[in-house]
Design a protein. Structure first.
Length: 436
């Protein structure tokens, strides 16, 4: 990454002690953020969703326009009509590669819009139904099935769509996207019980390796809670209490974890040091501090198993056949990569979807990474940041070039984050009421 301003590099070197509050980040000022948001909103115009003026082959335009649509999440009929028209191309079996690339992103954003308001975006839902019935692309069919099943659907409808997919794709079990999605849809009506959480929290993936656990609710709009074990298997504590930090693992697109830009998968990650930051080219996306590198199975340069059996053997025996904890393995099979723990330089009000999650709206969503709190005042001065705490803890248990493992798991419960008392009880093997 190219450093444009030397003083930013100096701030990065001081990241573990929090940079001087007097330093101003130009991109974080209220004026810069307002201008950025206004620039996004101004693009939401009927002519920008008209395929007669902007053909599907115009990748540069649609990459920008679809990202704008995802951040603004406009509640407009003309947006619904435009995206639905784009999705109608999914029924065509042979599209040029550029058009297919645009349609991949349109499917992703269409999922987000439909789940944000199934009534307003009913035309997108209709195109998802047509995709299930007509498309030969299993990736698009899987997204369509996932979106419709998580929207305003009945068990009978979900079963009908699933049967239709199985009939149209007899070899669905060998396709990572169809297999994962069909199993997730089945679990909506027939949920699989969570294995004993104590077995997972008291287990060890590898000896003499730090392990971080990130416990979430199934609703990823609820903040997750991270706790940490040192290389000897002892939980890190501060004044007798578990070391912890809240993280947001919600994907902007509300897409299932097997898909590119989907939710942060449950399962095992390899932690391998950091990626330096800051850089003005990346500040808005990743914030001021270094990013923690995470790798999943089948990703280049990771040290995780490449077969499902070997992956399962890293887990306690009671967890090996629990399908949700295998999500990182299946995401790797689906060629996802580049997961990180990072802050964010974006203003919390940049993403319209944050308003739907009042208890976590200061944490920005990502497109698969784990997002830490990072807040700035109107003058662009850092006010709060959790990345220094995370980096400091990992270096304390693993050294400057730390390595280890991270495990993400969804724990059933209410709308409150997994509490430390709940985690303590699970470690002790005692059942605790969720959300205490």
């Amino acid at each position: 990454m190219k450093i444009r301003f030397p003083w930013l590099l100096a701030l990065g070197l001081l990241s573990l002690t929090l940079p001087a509050q007097a330093a101003v980040i130009p991109e974080a000022t209220a004026a810069a953020r307002a201008a950025q948001r206004q620039g996004q909103a101004r693009q939401v115009r009927p002519e920008n969703y008209d395929l007669r003026q902007r053909p599907l082959s115009d990748w540069t335009f649609w990459r920008n326009m679809l990202w704008t649509t995802a951040t603004v999440e406009p509640q407009e009929e003309f947006v619904a009509d435009g995206i639905a028209q784009m999705l109608s191309f999914a029924a065509q079996n042979k599209l040029p590669s550029t058009q297919k690339r645009v349609l991949d992103m349109a499917m992703t954003v269409g999922n987000q819009l439909y789940l944000s308001n199934p009534s307003l975006y009913a035309s997108i839902g209709q195109q998802f139904s047509q995709t299930i019935a007509q498309s030969s692309d299993p990736y698009w069919v899987a997204i369509a099935l996932s979106a419709l099943s998580k929207g305003n659907s009945s068990p009978e409808q979900r079963q009908q769509w699933s049967n239709q997919v199985r009939q149209r794709f007899p070899n669905w079990g060998s396709d990572v996207y169809l297999n994962s999605t069909l199993r997730e849809v089945d679990a909506i009506d027939r949920p699989v019980p969570l294995p004993p959480l104590a077995d997972l929290l008291n287990g060890s993936i590898a000896s003499n390796q730090p392990q971080m656990y990130v416990l979430c609710r199934p609703d990823r709009g609820v903040l997750c809670q991270a706790v940490l074990k040192d290389g000897k298997g002892s939980y890190v504590r501060e004044n007798g209490q578990l070391w912890s930090v809240p993280l947001l693992l919600r994907s902007l697109h509300n897409l299932s974890s097997v898909f590119t830009r989907g939710q942060t998968p449950q399962g095992i990650y390899r932690i391998v040091g950091t990626t330096p930051q800051p850089d003005t080219d990346y500040f808005r996306a990743f914030g001021l501090f270094s990013l923690v590198n995470l790798y999943i199975p089948l990703e280049t340069s990771d040290k995780l198993p490449t077969t499902l059996t070997a992956y399962q053997n890293l887990l306690p025996s009671s967890w090996r056949n629990y399908f949700p904890i295998q999500q990182t393995y299946w995401a790797g099979k689906g060629e996802r990569d580049s997961f990180r723990i990072h802050g964010t330089g974006e203003s919390p009000d940049f993403f319209s979807s944050n308003s739907r999650y009042p208890n976590s709206q200061e944490w920005n969503p990502s497109i698969g990474c784990l997002s830490a709190l990072e807040l700035y005042d109107a003058e662009g001065r850092l006010q709060q940041a959790d990345m220094p705490k995370i980096l400091g803890a990992l270096r304390a248990v693993g050294g400057q070039n730390f390595t280890g493992y991270l495990v993400v798991v969804d724990v059933p419960g209410g709308d409150a984050p997994v509490s430390l008392s709940e985690i303590e009880a699970a470690i002790s093997g005692i059942a605790a009421q969720a959300g205490e």
